[in-house]
Design a protein around this ligand. Structure first.
Ligand SMILES: *Cc1c(COP(=O)(O)O)cnc(C)c1O
Length: 349
């Protein structure tokens, strides 16, 4: 594999603000690898990027807020669940750049005011609770109201999933390709959690551009496979168009496992509880119950089912999400203390 500098993908005309202190580390996980006795497992550590407890949205925000500043926006508005990592990272990035941040929160997931919600408030975001109303309806209304009142608004869609945001992950794929080259790791597959699909779509565009053979496998957090793929195909085409790249991108490029979504967004399952502990106790690395824990558990299960062979190399893309861990104390702690991997299902909603 030839080494191609990331800058070759990125037209200089696309504005960007530096928020993520890249590259994030690519690490080997020896004790986990030995324990599972299958493929070699590596981890891409976007969870430790430096902005207010890190995560994958920071890469998207480098380009989204680059565009916001270029448009002289004074207010950023975005939308998500109470425990949205995307909203927390947007609040932090806005604070750092001196922009006002309005968050429309509601919908699925736990409504705890701990975790990401607490951090949103700490970071100075103005929070609008969508209550019983449809969250996206409220989001659109807030954008219109802010514009009517004379604000220069930069709206950011759910999960930061827009072609501009995806450039962050096109670039991330080039970053990883460079690290694989440097560290002589020729990974067979990358596994990651996928929700809005932006991260996976961006990585796919990057890997097409670079002609990489590494498979990119998303573990769906809540949506059906076919729905995920349709959304990502569109995003990938739009992102390639924005970058002026002429790439052959097909439905079959998107590999998605949707069998780990269980009872839905943020409803923790026993496999996740087991794998959260496994990673913590073998490697001292934390994953959250909503995104990375679910995807990591999916990867462990696929390994156990013989989906990957000994000698293959896998990279788990750690997308962050740790503040949400604390919101699940009631479901996690009794099982952790008693040493069983049984959840307290009653409190688990
Ligand atoms: C948002 C998020 C994801 C999913 O990324 P998408 O680009 O929306 O698919 C995965 N993990 C964490 C921790 C997230 O916050």
């Amino acid at each position: 594999m030839d080494d191609i500098p990331a800058s070759t993908i990125l037209p200089a005309s696309i504005p960007r603000v530096e928020l993520a202190s890249l590259p994030t580390p690519l690490e080997f996980l020896p004790r986990l690898t030995a324990h599972l006795g299958g493929p070699e497992i590596y981890m891409k550590r976007d969870d430790i990027s430096p902005l207010a407890l890190g995560g994958n949205k920071t890469r998207k925000l480098e380009f989204l807020l680059g565009e916001a500043l270029a448009q002289h926006a004074d207010t950023v508005i975005t939308v998500g669940s109470y425990q949205s990592n995307h909203c927390r990272q947007t609040a932090a990035a806005a604070a750092r750049l001196g922009l006002r941040c309005v968050l429309v929160l509601g919908g699925e997931g736990r409504r705890s005011r701990s975790g990401n919600y607490l951090l949103d408030v700490l970071l100075g975001a103005e929070i609008i609770d969508s209550g019983e109303e449809d969250r996206d309806t409220v989001y659109r209304r807030v954008i219109a109201q802010e514009r009517d009142s004379g604000r220069c608004v930069y709206p950011i869609p759910y999960g930061g999933a827009s072609p501009v945001g995806e450039i962050g992950f096109v670039h991330a794929m080039a970053e990883l390709a460079h690290q694989m080259h440097e560290q002589d790791i020729h990974a067979d597959a990358i596994l990651l959690p996928t929700a809005s699909g932006g991260t996976q779509a961006g990585l796919l565009v990057g890997s097409k551009f670079l002609n990489l053979e590494t498979k990119i496998i998303g573990v769906s957090i809540e949506k059906e496979r076919q729905k995920m793929i349709a959304g990502m195909l569109q995003l990938a085409h739009d992102t390639a168009d924005l970058l002026g790249l002429d790439l052959d991108i097909h439905e079959s490029d998107f590999l998605v496992h949707d069998e780990y979504k269980g009872k839905g967004y943020g409803i923790i399952q026993e496999l996740e509880l087991e794998c959260l502990q496994l990673l913590a106790r073998k490697e001292g690395i934390l994953v959250d119950p909503v995104y990375t824990g679910r995807a990591f558990a999916g990867m462990v299960d696929l390994i156990r089912r013989g989906f990957f062979q000994a000698g293959e190399k896998l990279i788990f893309w750690h997308t962050g999400g740790l503040p949400a861990l604390f919101v699940y104390e009631d479901a996690l702690l009794p099982a952790l203390v008693s040493g069983s991997s049984r959840l307290q299902m009653k409190s688990n909603s």
